[in-house]
Design a protein around this ligand. Structure first.
Ligand SMILES: C[S@@+](CC[C@H](N)C(=O)[O-])C[C@H]1O[C@@H](n2cnc3c(N)ncnc32)[C@H](O)[C@@H]1O
Length: 327
């Protein structure tokens, strides 16, 4: 519950041009300090000062992952109600804010281009790369356990890559689709499903943030080793929830929090794994509940634990949480 002081501090902290622009930006994305400096075109010390003030007022939260520091709107803090009200006041048609959004878009496109360049360059080797840090058979076994034994009518694999997970799960489904942005990956995925004679499976080029499907189209969705590349994993989960049928399942496999910074530098990872709490928050905001969690510790020295999370949609559709609607 916010006190009078909390509200006044929050208002004071935003009653300044740069900080209000920052608040507006954080309603659209979580950002690193260097991304903020690219968008605002202000020096890093100046930007850091503003961010510190906003953190102290409880408007934003800082989280450090390896050498990167991210900022985002405070989730459950005392200023949450104020943040929502201020977010509604943002005049998006203002020329300065429009320019900020254009630069945010450019930052996102650059990130996306770097990742896609990496996937295009590594498509041929992906099947051996994906084995590097992962006890693959164990992960696939855990994923199939979460999928469960019942027959699936319609299945979607997000960020299908070379289509291994699609190949694994499709035999349990009447219809199966893999979506990916990367043409090189999809060429290999197509060849894979043909080799496996999975005539009821197909792959399609598309963006997992804007799926070309109606609400409530699938009863199972898998997201295997994709979320750590994304700028906004919570938006990916919300979009998955949108196309999930009532009672449907989303199975997510990714890393537990780790400190292997080289995965950013050499393999385009944006996030160094995810804590259960964060995944549970995305699910809740998307109207799903986290039903099971499984940790698969590393096989060798790599130190990477793979997590498999199962989220389920309520059997009777419910209104989404406010933050998911706003996103
Ligand atoms: C690390 S690969 C994982 C592939 C596959 N799921 C697997 O486990 O073998 C990540 C894949 O996500 C895809 N991807 C990244 N961003 C995407 C987006 N916005 N929409 C669709 N696919 C995306 C990449 O092109 C890449 O093929």
């Amino acid at each position: 519950m916010a006190t009078l002081d909390d509200v006044l501090n929050g208002l004071k902290a935003t009653a300044e041009a740069t900080r209000f622009r920052l608040l507006a930006l954080f309603t659209r994305a979580e950002l690193t300090v260097s991304e903020v400096t690219q968008i605002l075109r202000q020096s890093q010390p100046r930007v850091s000062r503003h961010l510190k003030l906003m953190s102290e007022a409880g408007l934003i939260e800082r989280f450090k992952e390896g050498s990167w520091v991210f900022y985002r709107l405070a989730e459950d803090g005392r200023a949450r109600a104020l943040i929502e009200k201020l977010g509604e006041l943002v005049p998006w048609d203002d020329a300065v804010l429009k320019r900020d959004l254009e630069r945010l878009d450019a930052v996102r496109k650059q990130r996306e281009a770097n990742a896609q360049e990496y996937f295009a360059a590594n498509a041929g080797e992906w099947d051996s790369l994906r084995k590097l840090h992962i006890p693959e058979e164990q992960v696939e076994g855990a994923l199939l356990e979460m999928v469960g034994p019942s027959q699936i009518s319609s299945y979607l694999d997000l960020g299908t890559g070379t289509g291994r997970i699609l190949e694994l799960v499709a035999p349990r489904a009447a219809r199966a689709v893999g979506i990916d942005l990367n043409g090189e990956m999809l060429t290999l995925a197509r060849a894979r499903i043909e080799r496996a004679s999975l005539a009821h499976a197909q792959v399609r080029r598309g963006d997992l943030f804007q799926l070309p499907y109606a609400d409530q189209s699938f009863d199972l969705i898998t997201v295997h080793q994709v979320l750590h590349y994304l700028e906004d994993p919570s938006a990916a989960v919300a979009e998955a929830a949108r196309v999930l049928k009532p009672g449907g399942k989303v199975v997510i496999a990714d890393f537990a929090p780790h400190a292997l910074e080289f995965l950013r530098d050499e393999h385009q990872h944006r996030r160094l794994g995810f804590a259960d709490k964060e995944v549970a928050q995305w699910c809740k905001a998307a109207g799903l509940s986290l039903a099971a969690t499984r940790a698969l510790p590393p096989r060798g020295e790599s130190g990477l634990t793979v997590m498999v999370w199962l989220a389920v949609a309520p059997a009777v559709p419910q209104r989404r949480a406010k933050t998911a609607e706003a996103a």
